[in-house]
Design a binder for this molecule. Structure first.
Ligand SMILES: O=C(O)CCC(=O)C(=O)O
Length: 283
């Protein structure tokens, strides 16, 4: 399988419309060059442009989904289109899960950070609402609702488990995806430069401990005063870094054999030694 991670620069001064058509063109350029194309988290607004989440929120058939579905089918690729701020009717069915956050409190709609995966014919194959919202007492954590459902999607030769940015810090989510059959993780992000060391370390850790491929695509540029880390990274199930971007806008293309996850799990069967239901310390 050949994957291209498109590390988009999200800077102030470029409108959402202009970035959307620029990104669609970049996806189309991957026709014949990749089987799977991956975009970052919240690339329409920027992951830290909190004040735009509400005003730029869309439904799953909104302008970004429509443009990405068309780009995927024009290019004939599987497209993980990163995530969008999704406006959904409160309690409405989409990626599943009741809304629990403050964004929907007292209102008729909920706001999620939702990833979209399109098939090469442009059909929406999966959507995932980010479970761990970032920001503690501000930003996404207070403006958006939390997803509740793990999501996997079957691609030719591999089951992909999806996660988003801050989710990378929560190993139990990835174990849940492994239990659901995932051998490859695709992780769009808008990770800040300030914690770049964590990004590469955690991407490798999730790959090693789960004996899975990690394809993690971040953003470049600076928006809302937050310089982005870039350094999109592809790691194999042994923890080897197959490719890593620099800090600017860049397309990283890598060949990998998804079967290597099963081979690694067979040759070094550590996942079989998991002990579940550990007892808490006795007092
Ligand atoms: O965990 C981090 O350091 C960054 C997380 C983040 O920026 C996000 O989830 O949007």
């Amino acid at each position: 399988m050949r994957a291209s991670l498109i590390q988009i620069a999200v800077n102030e001064g470029e409108s959402v419309e202009s970035r959307r058509s620029r990104v669609a063109a970049l996806v189309r350029e991957q026709a014949g060059a990749a089987d799977l194309v991956v975009l970052p988290e919240l690339w329409t607004t920027g992951a830290f442009a909190y004040e735009e989440f509400g005003s730029e929120a869309e439904s799953l058939d909104g302008p970004t989904a429509e443009a990405m579905a068309k780009a995927a089918s024009d290019a004939g690729v599987w497209l993980h289109a990163g995530s969008i701020p999704e406006r959904a009717p409160s309690g409405g069915a989409s990626a599943g899960g009741a809304s629990a956050g403050s964004a929907s409190a007292g209102g008729g709609s909920a706001l999620y950070n939702t990833s979209l995966v399109f098939s090469p014919s442009g059909d929406l194959a999966a959507s995932y609402r980010k479970i761990h919202r970032f920001g503690f007492d501000k930003g996404e954590a207070v403006l958006m609702d939390a997803g509740e459902d793990l999501v996997t999607v079957r691609l030719p030769g591999t089951t992909v488990g999806v996660a988003t940015c801050y989710d990378l810090r929560f190993p139990e989510l990835f174990r849940g995806l492994v239990d659901a059959g995932a051998e490859t993780f695709v992780i769009p992000a808008g990770w800040p430069e300030r914690r770049r060391e964590h990004w590469t370390l955690l991407a490798r850790a999730r790959a090693v401990e789960n004996q899975a491929f990690v394809l993690a695509c971040g953003t470049a540029g600076t928006h809302a005063g937050v310089p982005q880390a870039g350094h999109s990274i592809v790691v194999d199930p042994w923890g080897e870094v197959l490719a890593e971007a620099g800090s600017g806008e860049e397309v990283v293309t890598v060949d990998f054999d998804p079967a290597k996850a099963a081979v690694t799990r067979e040759q070094f069967p550590a996942l079989k030694d998991r002990v579940l239901g550990l007892r808490p310390p006795r007092r």
